[in-house]
Write a protein that binds this ligand. Sequence first.
Ligand SMILES: Nc1ncnc2c1ncn2[C@@H]1O[C@H](COP(=O)(O)OP(=O)(O)O)[C@@H](O)[C@H]1O
Ligand SMILES: [Mg+2]
Length: 281
Amino acid sequence: MNTLASPTPAPTAPETAARGSDPDSHRWYPKGTHITVRGLTKRFDGATIYENFDLDIPKGKIISIFGPNGCGKSTLINMISGILPFDSGRILFEGKEAWETRMGYVFQNYREAVFPWMRAIDNIRYPLQYLDIPKGERQARVDRLVENFEVKFDLNRYPYEMSGGQQQLVSIMRALVVDPEVLFLDEPFSALDYETVMVLRGQLQAVLTERQVTTLLVSHDLDEAVLLADEVMLLTKRPTRVSERLAFEAPRPRTADTTVGEEFIRVKTRALEIFQSEVRK
Ligand SMILES: Nc1ncnc2c1ncn2[C@@H]1O[C@H](COP(=O)(O)OP(=O)(O)O)[C@@H](O)[C@H]1O
Ligand SMILES: [Mg+2]
């Protein structure tokens, strides 16, 4: 196994002693891994969602998370992103803690996620105030995003003057403006019409491929989960485990044509088989 220790001293973990003589052993991760989850346990009101759950997420890839309703998809990305506390376990990013890692998060409900009292442009800029970067660089980042996403509407508009798709686009740009190491998306397109979804998916895919951001995408739409992913991760019912991980290596950019390809159909069919056998349990 490839081992790497972080340059920063390891915060002492209560369970470290039980893991052998190396106090840094919780920082070990296989080569090419970005996110390491070890021994994760999460309960809600006594119901166990995750029990001693392990996971390795590769760096710079798009991972789709697909699984039965209520199995804990949102819970998982919320714990990894540091939004939600867990009962025990460790989650590290190339050996670093969550607070040492730049992240972006796109919520499912854009209506509650964009700040209604701020213009689109100020929503997008908002996280930059927390980063120590020069003013010129801030503007350059926003300009680059506007160019990447081919934004055609007036960014001086307030959210109430924007369509749902435009609001979610603002939300995606706000998540990316920090130049995140990890991006989380929780069913980001589920509340939008099909035409808007197709455009946003295409743009997001282009940006993520160019920037190679490690991305965790929760989707309840299997076509979308496969289409965007380098890997589809299928979850079981609770207590939740990874049932199977399916690689999808079709060339990018992926379009509607991709979905009639042999490889797409093979991966989707297998994913559906696993999903159905899981929901029947
Ligand atoms: N804050 C909470 N308090 C209690 N139960 C919760 C809470 N959040 C989620 N749950 C429960 O945990 C399970 C997993 O939820 P969630 O991660 O939202 O599922 P999904 O896979 O649909 O995203 C569900 O049964 C849900 O009801
Ligand atoms: Mg959810």
